[in-house]
Design a binder for this molecule. Structure first.
Ligand code: NAD
Length: 305
């Protein structure tokens, strides 16, 4: 099975080397020239808790994407997906599976503008990774994947993909309702990512604030109303339970969410696909969403500063 990973940043590279280790034929596609050059010259340099290794993974620039791939995994940030899809159009036509595991709401709709719905697989992942520099990642910890084909009835392909991912140790399960998982993770991120980024704190520090649960609940209440209007059976309890769990310093209390890191590094955030998506859909559906609207504007203000 030939696999292309379009968006070979932190997560794309982590999936790339793990799939290669399991014997898959993987190609990395990205627009960052220095990164592609480094991977071509010395291989992808991967540091884990116990190993350092160079992986000779084929890599190509997105503008020059060509070839036939059975599976294409999109791993850009949500706001970059459309631009990546435009660049890799020459390779999209032959794919039997086009997958998104990126965070945020709306990724499936973006994909559906470029490929038939019956090749789209969507999911969420708890794997993580850091991009240290061109051609260099730090891949620590473990994770899992919940995945579901959106409209395909090709169960043989589904079994092949899951078997390959599990040979690679990616701990993958087919979900019964991946949309619910996507909305649940987006709601969680709309609390933790957004508040930690605005308050310049880690998850544990946010959890210790006397008003943390009130702040979280005001985001989640709007999120749930909007989810239900879209036929997603999300409940406040589902999201609050995951939020309360990470407040415990023994869980991920010391972790700075990615939006905090994005702002620290002067990068744009995925806010329009988190709280911003709730503000947008809520307003279309006449559901009051002042909290998510305000938080979206505050993060955009931080981006501008
Ligand atoms: P990243 O910024 O490290 O990687 C994105 C890559 O896409 C970059 O290498 C960039 O050069 C490339 N890219 C973006 N737009 C492009 C374009 N138009 N043309 C060509 N190349 C382009 O991001 P990441 O941290 O790997 O995150 C990817 C997704 O996974 C996000 O939705 C993120 O929220 C989610 N996620 C990340 C982690 C993590 O630990 N990093 C964990 C879980 C989920």
């Amino acid at each position: 099975m030939k696999i292309a990973i379009a968006g070979a940043g932190a997560m794309g590279c982590r999936f790339g080397y793990m799939l290669m280790d399991a014997g898959a034929d993987v190609t990395l596609i990205d627009g960052w020239q220095a990164h592609i050059d480094a991977i071509r010259q010395q291989g992808l340099y991967v540091e884990t808790e116990t190993t350092q290794k160079h992986y000779p993974i084929p890599a190509m620039l997105a503008d020059e994407a060509e070839g036939h791939f059975d599976v294409i995994i999109l791993f850009t940030k949500a706001m970059q997906m459309e631009s990546m899809l435009k660049k890799i159009q020459p390779v999209l036509g032959s794919a039997k599976v086009v997958m998104t595991l990126s965070n945020g709401l709306g990724n499936i709709d973006t994909l559906a503008n470029y490929v038939p719905r019956d090749v789209i697989y969507a999911g969420v992942t708890l794997w993580s990774c850091e991009l240290e520099g061109p051609g260099h990642i730090r891949a620590t910890g473990s994770g899992n994947i919940e995945l579901q084909p959106i409209a395909s009835s090709d169960t043989a392909m589904e079994e092949q993909v899951v078997a390959l991912f599990n040979r690679a140790g990616l701990n993958t399960e087919i979900s019964e309702n991946v949309l619910l998982s996507i909305w649940k993770k987006a709601a969680f991120n709309s609390v933790m990512n957004t508040y930690c980024a605005l308050l310049d704190c880690n998850v544990g520090e946010f959890g210790k604030l006397t008003m943390a649960l009130d702040l979280a609940t005001s985001v989640i209440k709007e999120f749930v109303q909007v989810a239900v209007s879209q036929g997603i059976p999300l409940t406040e309890e589902m999201v609050l339970n995951t939020v309360k769990k990470v407040f415990d310093p023994r869980e991920s209390g010391h972790h700075y969410p990615s939006m905090h890191q994005d702002l620290q590094k002067g990068r744009l955030t995925e806010i329009d696909y988190l709280n911003g998506a709730i503000a947008r859909i809520g307003e279309q559906e006449n559901i009051p969403v002042p909290v998510n609207r305000l938080l979206t504007q505050l993060i955009h203000a931080k981006e501008q500063r």
